[in-house]
Ligand binder design. Structure first.
Ligand SMILES: [Fe+2]
Ligand SMILES: [Fe+2]
Length: 135
């Protein structure tokens, strides 16, 4: 992944960042597979993506619980919405008109979540960490 993109999406939480970058690169591969019409490969990659995202959901849930993140419920709800949106996207690909209707890409959906929701958590995490060190 390009350094600029890495810097932009990094929350400076190693474990979470690693999962994000793995998911983002997987999503880019899915987007490319769909664009070139390699639907069989796209479906295989979608399977990987959903397994990886469930793991990631658990990682964030655990970390948010440990650090007492006040918006955990909203955040986890947002994960469920993201899963639904991805399923809609996957279903549209499976249908004959899929490729044409593939206007918002998977990688954009993830980037939006990281930029708007995970970043909010990242700020909370670093404040929490700083306060813990001071105590
Ligand atoms: Fe995330
Ligand atoms: Fe998240």
């Amino acid at each position: 992944m390009e350094l600029e993109i890495y810097k932009h999406y990094s929350l400076d939480i190693t474990h979470i960042d690693n999962e994000h970058f793995e998911l983002l690169s997987l999503c880019s591969r899915i987007d490319i597979a769909i664009k070139i019409g390699d639907i069989a490969n796209a479906i295989l990659l979608f399977e990987k993506e959903s397994a990886l995202f469930l793991e990631h959901h658990e990682s964030e849930k655990t970390l948010m619980t440990v650090t007492g993140f006040p918006y955990i419920e909203t955040h986890l709800q947002e994960h469920l919405l993201l899963i639904k949106k991805i399923k809609t996207l996957k279903d549209s690909v499976l249908r004959a008109n899929g490729i044409k209707s593939y206007t918002s890409t998977l990688v954009e959906l993830y980037r939006y979540h990281i930029d708007n929701y995970d970043r909010q958590y990242g700020e909370w995490y670093h404040t929490w960490k700083k306060n813990r060190i001071i105590e």
